[in-house]
Design a protein. Structure first.
Length: 571
């Protein structure tokens, strides 16, 4: 299987590829192909003479040409397809191009356009990438893992496609999500693309449009459920742990019930991470930490409402609870300072049908006996804001417009700078827009959103709106686990990641600035997060701590970046 080896000799500061490939095979290998950048000597050594135009180009010139080609496409999906094809032929050029035009290309390759690409997957399919593990071939799963293209895998992103972005069940087509996430691991955390493996578990789909589509490329059966489903996942984890015992397993876009069950089961067995639950919690908590500490406030002056107590909401509640606990608040005090609201209204100790995840955050019923209730006996958001007087309001409900003018104005009447984070995606599902929040609070609201929003013009001054994007955290978390050879990813490590991200917030130095850094800083942010996560693991595992400066250098030297590596023939 192995046709190349990436050598990163840190002591000698040498990075190169050893390969057995020559001629056309070398040109066809997306990781080794340098195209017109192969030097004269390399052309002679690798039997490439005559197979390339004679001009020898630098990576910079190649990037300029690729950008011109990219710009010829005016439809976002066509741009996505162009970039995907480029990656299939020359990954160095692909990553160099994306680095150079990061702000322009991230929305094409990641959210939101990857969502459109997934919906068109079976129609636009050209070349396969990653592994498609199907329920029909469960007994050959180990063989399918052996069939992977690259031998040394350290980073796996897996989906079963049930809960993709805001577009629900996408079956096998969701493979584009692990591909996009792994691209972000490479871009922001320097994980070598040859050490990554995107996987879709094709357990069927309940999406009728897909089942009726003659071009649909997945298994045309309804989803596995219950024991059959969990047996399949169990088998998958066992095979992965056998084939790649040290790999980091990242779960993405599973249905929320299965996601929580999978995380609860495997988090104590191996180094595993659910981005929808834990990644969201880390980035959202970091924004809250930065907003509180930036204003030099304390946790015991905070009251937090999380509106929408599903996967994201309860994940954020868990991490914020730990922040409050670390600040010295007792369990009882925390219960009176952080509340959840879901469809029945405020979740209290009297609310029936509570999920196991919600169960930890129930407001004492005796404290809200006098609060106004709706016809079903629930306490709605407006009344909770009136009585509870929150300083932080986080939306994870996908209920568009839930943060009304009256609610926001009421909140702003009792706190100088309300922290309001409408995290719901896509854009049209946001609980409020940043422009509304700023205008209703006399520009005092501290805002971070789930979807990207255009900057807001405040009296001629342009204010950028920070996005609570998980891409700011998961690359650093994965990198930190790999560097530390962590056997588990614990809550303490997630909290360390959140604090590390909060420490990079522009708001800490300028009260009018954003509570989260921009993507352009993501690589440095990933290093900081990786360092914090690794150190937290050493503490938890009672391993000797490593000097932070030394560890930071190790992390930075490990990170791959697109450059023209020298190939060396090794038979
Ligand atoms: P989920 O389905 O697990 O949770 C949504 C919750 O909202 C459910 O518990 C649901 O009952 C509740 N809800 C629905 N209607 C409500 C109402 N009228 N009042 C109160 N609660 C109501 O989904 P999730 O994975 O938690 O995602 C929720 C939203 O957060 C989505 O829009 C998602 O795109 C967004 N999200 C954002 C980020 C981010 O910003 N980084 C990350 C993850 C999720």
């Amino acid at each position: 299987m192995s046709t190349f080896k990436y050598i990163n000799n840190i002591e000698k500061n040498e990075k190169y590829y050893e390969t057995t490939l020559q001629g056309k095979q070398l040109l066809n290998h997306s990781l080794l192909n340098k195209g017109t950048a192969f030097t004269q000597q390399e052309r002679e050594d690798f039997f490439l003479l005559g197979k390339l135009p004679p001009v020898i180009e630098t990576l910079t010139v190649q990037v300029e040409r690729a950008y011109l080609q990219f710009k010829r496409y005016t439809v976002a999906l066509s741009q996505y397809i162009y970039l995907t094809r480029l990656r299939d032929t020359n990954e160095t050029l692909f990553y160099a191009l994306v680095y150079t035009y990061l702000a322009e290309m991230m929305p094409i390759l990641y959210t939101p356009i990857v969502g459109a690409a997934i919906q068109e997957f079976s129609h636009e399919f050209r070349t396969p990438r990653g592994l498609y593990l199907t329920r029909e071939n469960q007994n050959t799963m180990s063989q399918m893992l052996q069939n992977r293209t690259h031998p040394e895998i350290e980073m796996i992103v897996v989906t079963d496609g049930e809960g993709v972005l805001g577009i629900g069940d996408q079956g096998l087509c969701a493979i584009d999500i692990p591909i996009a996430k792994l691209m972000v691991y490479t871009l922001f955390a320097g994980i070598h693309p040859g050490n990554t493996l995107p996987i879709v578990l094709d357990v069927g789909t309940n999406n009728k449009n897909l089942l009726d589509d003659p071009f649909y490329l997945g298994i045309k059966k309804s989803r596995l459920q219950g024991k059959e489903y969990f047996d399949f996942v169990d088998d998958f984890v066992a095979q992965i742990r056998h084939a790649f015992p040290k790999a980091f397993i990242h779960w993405e876009d599973f249905g929320s019930k299965n996601a929580a069950a999978i995380l609860n089961k495997y988090a104590t067995q191996c180094c595993t991470f659910n981005d929808d639950i834990q990644g969201t919690a880390v980035v959202a908590s970091a924004a809250v930490i930065a907003a509180i500490e930036g204003q030099k406030l304390t946790w015991n002056s905070q009251k937090i409402i999380i509106f929408g107590a599903g996967a994201a909401g309860t994940g954020i509640a868990k991490l914020l609870t730990q922040c409050m606990h670390h600040s010295g608040l007792t369990k009882k005090e925390i219960a009176q300072r952080l509340v959840l609201i879901d469809k029945p209204g405020l979740l209290t100790t009297n609310t029936p049908d509570i999920t196991p995840e919600q169960n930890h955050y129930l407001y004492p019923a005796e404290l809200c006996e006098s609060w106004q209730t709706d016809a079903q006996g629930g306490v709605e958001l407006a009344e909770v804001v009136e009585q509870f007087k929150p300083s932080v309001l986080i939306g994870c409900s996908a209920v568009a417009g839930a943060f009304t003018q009256a609610i926001v104005k009421n909140m702003a009447s009792s706190v100088a700078r309300p922290i309001i984070m409408p995290l719901s995606n896509p854009t049209e599902r946001a609980e409020a827009t940043p422009a509304q929040l700023l205008s209703w609070t006399n520009n005092q609201a501290i805002v971070a959103t789930g979807s990207p929003f255009a900057p807001v013009n405040i009296d001629g001054k342009i204010k950028d709106i920070p996005q609570c994007n998980n891409a700011l955290v998961f690359p650093g978390i994965g990198l930190g686990c790999l560097v530390a050879k962590a056997e588990l990813l614990t809550d303490e490590m997630l909290l360390a990641a959140s604090r590390a991200l909060a420490n990079t917030a522009p708001m800490l130095n300028d009260l009018s600035a954003a509570v989260l850094p921009a993507f352009s800083q993501a690589r440095e942010v990933s290093v900081d997060i990786a360092l914090a996560v690794a150190q937290a693991w050493f503490v938890q595992a009672q391993l000797p701590k490593i000097d932070s400066k030394e560890l930071k250098t190790t992390i930075e030297q490990r990170m791959w970046e697109p450059m023209q590596y020298i190939p060396i023939y090794k038979a």
